[in-house]
Design a protein around this ligand. Sequence first.
Ligand code: ATP
Ligand code: MG
Length: 465
Amino acid sequence: MNNIAKQTVLIVDDQESIRVALSRMLSKEGYEVLLADEGEKALVVLREKKVNVMLSDLKMPKMDGLQLLKASKLVKPEVEVILITAHGTIEKAVGAMKDGAYDFITKPFKKIVIVNMIKKALEKQALVVENRNLHEQLAHSGQSGIIGQSDVMGDVIKLAEQVAPSQASVLIQGENGTGKESIASLIHRIGARSDKPFIKVSCAALPDTLLESELFGYEKGAFTGAVSQKEGRFELANEGTLFLDEIGEITPSIQVKLLRVLQEGEFERLGGTKVLRSNVRIISATNVNLENAIKQKRFREDLYYRLNVITMNMPPLRERREDIPLLISHFLKIYQEKNNKVVDGISEDVLDILTDYQWPGNVREIKNIIERAVVLTQDRIITQKDLPENISKKKAEERKLTIPFGMPLREIEKKIIIETLRRSKGDKEITANLLGITPRTIYRKMNSLEEDEKQEQEEDVNING
Ligand SMILES: Nc1ncnc2c1ncn2[C@@H]1O[C@H](COP(=O)(O)OP(=O)(O)OP(=O)(O)O)[C@@H](O)[C@H]1O
Ligand SMILES: [Mg+2]
């Protein structure tokens, strides 16, 4: 495990001899080992330290392994838990699997068995997205360079395959980062003009005269600085495909000139008089709604119909969440190679977070986030800490409780008890374990809270009345 941050195993057992033996064994295997002699201390470690696997005795005097398991699933659900049982308690251990235990091991155990079990638990934690199934799907998508097995993406790719051989102009609509340019390039690559150039013009990036000279070229002396003649993109793309990106941004004067080339195939260079001809296939893209722009008289309807023989709509990522694991896997592969790093996968909670997220920046955003995570991670597994704060915060917040400064102690107690009960789905035993009090204390506190409330209400009535 050279060069890679160690994986951490937390050992929980009330018997010192077992703690020592396990600790020695696992340290030798290269694991970082943490120890706790009772459940309550284990929960503190779980809260404060990075733990990958928890190995806990089932039978312990105060909080037993089962209670610890349940509490740990609330504190750090991503930690895999292995329970150690004696012969008499196997049944209980089997039941624990339903509560989320990864596995159990019966005393006395062999070193090889426990080492393998920990290895497997770690693999499970890491390889959520790296399974064979995904690899096969990826290999399939690889040919088009467009990743996506969702029905909506399937339709997009099918349409691209249908329109590619034709000369029809295609208008690709979609939010930022949905893959408009990627699909345009795919249409060119599998189309009849694939051996001719694919030329891109970003219409939004340029002021009018510059855009005009980009599109149509200029003659020497056409303007100050035009020291020699230059070919425009229409000439460069001749017999190939011209990709007009962000077409919704072009001004009326460019719209007129564009319409002329599209209708007649003719244009002149800036400052020139010679009529030039170009045979290009036009693919354009926009993230603004052109029909609205037409209604607002910002975009010419006749140009719109020239550009829009075929419309393709790129679905936003939030409407095809089933593609998220595939995209993660794809970008992990790319950025591992690029950064010369080995990353096995992402943890289950990271996958949850990324699957829930709204993705305003679509595929480009997920791509950037995976690149960032691969660069930052010190483990072989990408975990929450490798995600940007705005993305991981929401989930992490769910495990935190905010207490405003100046809140009375009694209120704080009330808040934490109620919130812990809520998150443990009303389980008083788990709540007591997490809070380090007895279930009786919960009853007592809850009752006294109720009494307090009653009293407060009475006081309110007295004041009001
Ligand atoms: N389905 C996909 N599979 C793999 N990579 C994709 C996919 N869609 C987009 N990408 C990648 O995401 C990034 C953004 O895609 P692209 O530039 O095609 O989107 P766009 O819609 O043109 O974005 P913008 O509106 O910002 O111009 C690119 O790096 C592209 O390679
Ligand atoms: Mg684009």
